[in-house]
Ligand binder design. Structure first.
Ligand code: HEM
Length: 507
């Protein structure tokens, strides 16, 4: 006969085993039952970092061809969800946008932009909502953009004159476009252009430095214990120096505005002549927003306008002109449209842009092939969720490869070809409703500067093709034009775009 004592050991073992099974399979945080997106094999410590090139949108597209449109790569130990299809992007930026509207903390950004007190990198929440709505209302809304018309017209005329008066045999369009977008932002955000050419050159070069440092996959963000390398190789020192430079510059700007406004009151109501710094200072003084705005917030918001508004818009113009030079038939078609719309008044104004359907198609096609921010800005999930049947854990960092999505053969016929005609007669737009095409992102964190940027870019393109005939210098032919991209948060054309111009005598 089997005694009870004989049963004790197997019974206890059974109970322990059951508890173990329950804990393992029953615990929602256990990964054993989770269905994770496919991942490429990873190396110890660095994960998949070795598979990223300096142009990560390209390496990630290549990986996604093997591992699918929703893939989990490991940057160091950090799992990062890579999104490369319109369906997956729609889930993240529309159906579950609220869960994916946070931004991760990034060390370089934190250091330079006052602990991420700007709009683009502020965590999702009340603070972000407040600063974003101030900017939209005061600078980026349709009404405000219209009110800056005079600024745009003056700056466009200066650009055309600069090209006409250039004595050089070839013209650097990349530099001309950076100056144009920078001067416009300067006038509406700071109320003035740069004090002199030296200040202008300096800020453009500092913005470029920022783009490079911010675009660099910062080792310390992914493998914190290797952070010391950034101290040794001078990276941290460069970040520190750049942060100090920007802080001095913006402090100067704020002081200048305080001095100018001494004695005046209520600038918000006074006229359209006020600039964004005036408005932010007024809100600070009056405490209009309900909670006080710190000086750091003012500096961070102005910083955003420069970074988000200069390089992106000028890069889009450079890529568009480069594609047109590579495709003379498209250039000719656009010039014919411009000349027809200009008609006997021999000029194009903002009122004419709505008639220029081919111009709009050209800009859209260029933004499809060359979105200036190919990986948008990173997001981070704030809850566990399910995307396309895969489990995504809270706190997962998300990168949306809009560059790969816009070249996905599933959505686009001959996706590598430059063909503006594909946008004629379709309602396809870049405002975040068509997820096959999201150069400005979408959802709550989508770009608020679309109208601001596109009014400048479309008008500049129209005036340029109306006034000039462009060619490549030194007898280069279309196929010689180098289209290599430069690394960075904003992807620009690596080699500046040089052209020769022949004035169109009639204009
Ligand atoms: C061709 C020009 C531009 C392009 C391609 C572009 C693209 C983008 C992209 C891809 C994002 C991230 C969207 C996301 O995460 O879903 C973004 C965010 C942003 N952009 Fe733009 N942008 C352009 C021009 C501008 C301009 C002119 C301004 C302002 C003057 C601006 C201000 C911002 C701001 C403040 C954000 C952060 C939004 C947030 O996180 O709430 N952008 N932009």
């Amino acid at each position: 006969m089997i005694s009870f004592s004989h049963l004790i050991v197997p019974l206890v073992s059974l109970i322990l085993f059951t508890v173990f099974l329950f804990k393992w399979y029953g615990n929602p945080s256990s990964t054993a039952r989770k269905r994770l997106p496919p991942s490429p094999p990873k190396l110890p410590v660095i994960g998949n970092l070795h598979q990223l090139s300096l142009l990560p949108h390209r390496s990630l597209q290549a990986l996604s061809k093997s591992y699918g449109p929703l893939m989990l790569v490991h940057l160091g130990r950090m799992p990062v969800l890579i999104v490369s299809s319109a369906d997956a992007a729609r889930e993240i930026m529309k159906s579950q946008d609220v869960i994916f509207s946070n931004r991760p903390k990034l060390r370089v950004i934190d250091k330079i932009i006052y602990g991420s007190k700007d709009i683009a990198f502020a965590p999702y929440g009340e603070y972000w909502r407040q600063v974003r709505s101030i900017c939209v209302l005061q600078l980026l809304s349709n009404k405000r953009v219209q009110s800056f018309r005079r600024v745009r017209e003056e700056e466009m005329s200066l650009m055309i004159e600069k090209i006409k008066c250039s004595s050089s045999s070839s013209i650097n369009l990349s530099n001309i476009f950076v100056s144009l977008t920078n001067d416009i932002i300067c006038r509406v955000a700071l109320g003035r252009k740069h004090i002199d050419a030296q200040e202008s050159t300096k800020i453009v070069s500092k913005l470029k430095e920022f783009q490079e440092l911010a675009g660099f996959f910062n080792l310390g963000d992914y493998i914190p214990w290797l952070d010391w390398i950034n101290r040794v190789n001078g990276f941290d020192a460069n970040v520190e120096k750049l942060a100090r430079w920007f802080d001095d510059f913006f402090e100067g700007v704020i002081e200048e505005h305080r001095d100018r406004k001494k004695g005046e009151t209520n600038v918000i109501d006074s006229s359209n002549e006020v600039d964004l710094v005036d408005i932010l200072l007024e809100i600070q003084r009056e405490n209009v927003a309900g909670s006080p705005i710190e000086n750091d917030t003012i500096k961070a918001v102005i910083f955003d306008m420069f970074v988000a508004g200069t390089d992106t818009s000028s890069s889009a113009l450079v890529w568009t002109m480069a594609e047109l030079l590579k495709h003379p038939k498209s250039m000719e078609k656009l010039q014919n449209e411009a000349r027809q719309v200009a008609g006997s008044k021999l000029d194009i104004t903002e009122d004419d842009l709505d008639k220029m359907l081919y111009l709009k198609a050209v800009m859209k096609e260029s933004l499809r092939l060359h979105p200036p921010a190919p990986l948008l800005l990173p997001r981070e999930s704030t809850q566990d969720s399910k995307i396309l049947g895969y489990d995504i854990a809270v706190g997962t960092r998300v990168i949306i490869n809009s560059w790969a999505i816009a070249r996905d053969p599933f959505s686009w016929e001959n996706p590598e070809d430059f063909c503006p005609e594909r946008f004629l007669d379709t309602g396809m737009d870049y405002r975040g409703l068509n997820f096959e095409y999201i150069p400005f992102g979408a959802g709550r964190r989508g770009c608020p500067g679309i109208t601001f940027a596109m009014t400048v870019d479309e008008l500049a393109l129209a005036k340029l093709v109306l006034n000039f005939n462009f060619a490549l210098p030194h007898g280069e032919v279309e196929k010689d034009l180098d289209m290599t991209e430069s690394p960075g948060e904003t992807v620009c054309k690596k080699i500046p775009l040089l052209v020769t111009v022949k004035e169109n005598d009639k204009y």
